[in-house]
Design a protein around this ligand. Structure first.
Ligand code: VGL
Length: 203
């Protein structure tokens, strides 16, 4: 049987300024996922100027940033896990990209902090007070998230999938994300769209 090609509506643009209830969720734009980092995503740095322009022009009332914040030894790392050590808490590799201009009010969620945790899903993260992401977003009155970051096929995917499951509207900000694997990233975007995410553009 022939399967129908997956088609999607054209990407949406954000209103500027972003209406209240719409927020930015920036996934793992950290040094180790950018050029020269321990787990560099191809063209990872390219998301930085896109996010800067988006934040400057859309001025979201709420900006959230997730970060991988792993212990030095983790089941997420080789030889048990799949990845070279990266984003170890407190190291320079775990810092946000130095040119990413996060507003001072940005709420940071750390994830993957336990030895047994993979930490792909940003919604597993907690802020400095220990609050969970979903709890915090609801408290802030957020209903729609503009999501991007690194990497499309892993943490962006898992984070956006959780957001959908939890009932948030999800806009995938395409130019503000990059993936590790091209086919994996294409599949991630397709699956997320099937799950209700819409595609967003920004230039
Ligand atoms: C990620 C692979 C391993 C990500 C994290 O942030 O997408 N990918 N750890």
């Amino acid at each position: 049987m022939e399967t129908m090609a997956f088609t999607s509506p054209p990407p949406v643009l954000p209103a500027t300024p972003l209406p209240s209830g719409e927020a930015a969720l920036i996934v793992d734009v950290q040094r180790d996922f950018c050029s020269g980092g321990a787990l560099a995503v191809p063209e990872g740095d390219a998301v930085v100027p896109v996010w800067n322009a988006f934040l400057e022009r859309s001025r979201p009332q709420h900006v959230y940033a997730t970060r991988d914040w792993h212990p030095a030894q983790s089941r997420h790392f080789l030889p048990i896990g799949a990845w070279p050590a990266h984003c170890v808490a407190g190291t320079s590799g775990a810092e946000f990209h130095p040119r990413l201009r996060l507003p001072p009010s940005t709420v940071i969620f750390s994830k993957g902090t336990g030895v047994e945790e993979e930490g792909y899903d940003g919604f597993e993260g907690r802020d400095e007070q220990g609050a969970q992401v979903a709890e915090r977003l609801r408290q802030d009155g957020v209903r729609r998230l503009w999501i991007g970051g690194l990497a499309t096929d892993y943490c962006v995917r898992a984070t956006a999938a959780s957001a959908l499951k939890l009932g948030f509207e999800v806009v995938l900000l395409l130019p503000a994300m990059r993936g590790i694997d091209a086919e994996g990233s294409r599949q991630a975007l397709e699956d997320l769209q099937r799950g209700g995410a819409i595609l967003g553009h920004w230039s």
